[in-house]
Design a protein around this ligand. Sequence first.
Ligand code: SF4
Length: 690
Amino acid sequence: MNTDAIKLLQGRYCNSLTEYSRFVTREVAIGDVPMGGNNPIRIQSMTTTDTMDTIGTVEQSIRMVDAGCEYVRITAPSIKEAQNLAEIKKQLRQRGYAVPLVADIHFTPNAAEIAARIVEKVRVNPGNYADKKKFDQIDYTDAQYQGELERIYQKFAPLVKICKEYGTAMRIGTNHGSLSDRIMSRYGDTPQGMVESAMEFMRMCETLNYYNLVISMKSSNPQVMVQAYRLLVETMVAEGMNYPLHLGVTEAGDGEDGRIKSSVGIGTLLEDGLGDTVRVSLTEEPEAEAPVAIALVERYVRRKFESPKVRKSESLESAVKVSPTGGDLEGAKGGRRHTYEANAFIGGHMVPRVVIDLSQKNLKDAAILNDAGYLYSPLLDKYTMAEQSVDFVYMADQLSSFNFPGNLKQLYNYATWQKLADKTNCHPVFTLQEYIAAEDRSSKLNLVRVKNSDIDSDEFGALPFDQSLIFILETEALHGMADQRSFFFKMEELGLDVPVIIKRSYSFESESPKVRKSESEVKVSPTGGDLEGAGPLQLYAATDLGALLVDGFGDGIWIDAPQVETKVITSTAFGILQATRSRISKTEYISCPSCGRTLFDLMVTTQMIRSRTSHLKGLKIGIMGCIVNGPGEMADADYGYVGSGTDKVTLYRGKEAVKKNINSANALDELIGIIKEDGNWTELEELSVN
Ligand code: SF4
């Protein structure tokens, strides 16, 4: 990303890139729980039961509300399910739950028109509402394209009129994987196509004087999702719109991967001050989603009260003022920041490196390296490397009584490093002042701790620059991500291409959430309490580091959390790099959260597929509950495992169905067979290092 691109990027999709400021949207009425404006960022989720199972759906909705959901979405694939929403709503109200309901619509305008008379909000997907997706490439003339828009308007206008009459809100929810053939033919599979897909429907609504809209731009790829939302905001502002944003990463998967992927996408936008409601999509019970969404959102509720800057820009007008330009997001697409490659190990085209702190561990036992990705065999006196082996360990002033693997670099505080008899693979960490004054530096790598404000200091100007220099960027700022982003902008302005390791520190206590003193000192349970063992570390680190990595900033990451186990820190770090697609170290699963259309137990099936394929580094496998939406929504998966009937599965190679309606008992073996046929199968192998 060059300096001009960064200047162009500044403030085009949010109020500020360097301090927290919420982009204030139009308030939309959704039952008794309004969204947007100065309302809190709302939490929501979707049921997974069959909508015709009234009791099951009511009870699951109640569990979701009790877990923190403020809206409950229910699928309405056809007229009979749409009609049954009335009974579900009635029973919920009888049991004292006034939660607004949202009907999820795909393909079926007649179901939408019924649902809009019953529930508080309908969700339509512009990719398949009166439009079609058959993966056809069609060359439209301008007149034909306009003709299609008019045809869609005729089908869509009745729903808008019903929503107006009944006071029903609407979400126009674009999905990256289910853009219509018409949009794909003109804009391709791009953030621009996603935005235009929604904007066409939004413009139709405004023509009909209907403004009770919420917009989403979901993708299973957090980078695409972030770019699409940012471009949407820019486009809306240019057209004088400020509709609330529903944030979500689709098909994020389960467990740690699902939480990290969701946090990278949703957290990055929340850091930008964007988002009015959040839905975290996990392949887990829907009530497991709300605690994750709450933990993500809660940081900004506090920040709003603590940051004096927030109220300055709380109007669309101010957003327009700082977002004067249109066009596409050149800067956001610009790839990784240019840096030099130091010691053929970090920066340049090298994958981002991972640093962990071992200085507080038992340095008499080589087994502590197991959690850093190096399995020690006492019998052979050898280490075995995994795909997730860290690159640097920080030792501070501690010395170990065992030898380290040959390719693991150790970092010592400068004074201790100076005294080491054997400096092979050992590198010094300096303060800014130490580095300027030092007479004895490493000829290979010198790491210097800096913070954003240092770059404006006289000392920074006195730094001796050469290609052994690496910055470790720390922050104590309330809005740490923006503080660190500001440092990168200043580096670009100065034309400095020094590689940077982004370091974030988290302080956790053993019990439930405590009052936070500063953004870098969040006091919450490391095991997470309500977070089903996920721990807030994954969510916070994925937000703070992911937000910089998706924009191409960072040549390494360092998560410092003394109270959290090393293995959790290691897997979180690699998970963040995987989710931002900056360093691939494992198989990626794009699995849907399931809903009333699901044809098999997604949680069990995902675990089964994961157990046999998790070593296939870099492969993307889609696991989708239904053939109606699954193939579209698994977006850029290399292979797909899609429910196509009771006990029936259809297997995909990319977007092509290669085995249709096979028995689910054999489906995984068949999938592995296809992967083998393509030469993409590998057996688990171990890499030994001394
Ligand atoms: S892919 Fe099908 S089953 Fe899965 S969430 Fe989407 S609509 Fe539901």
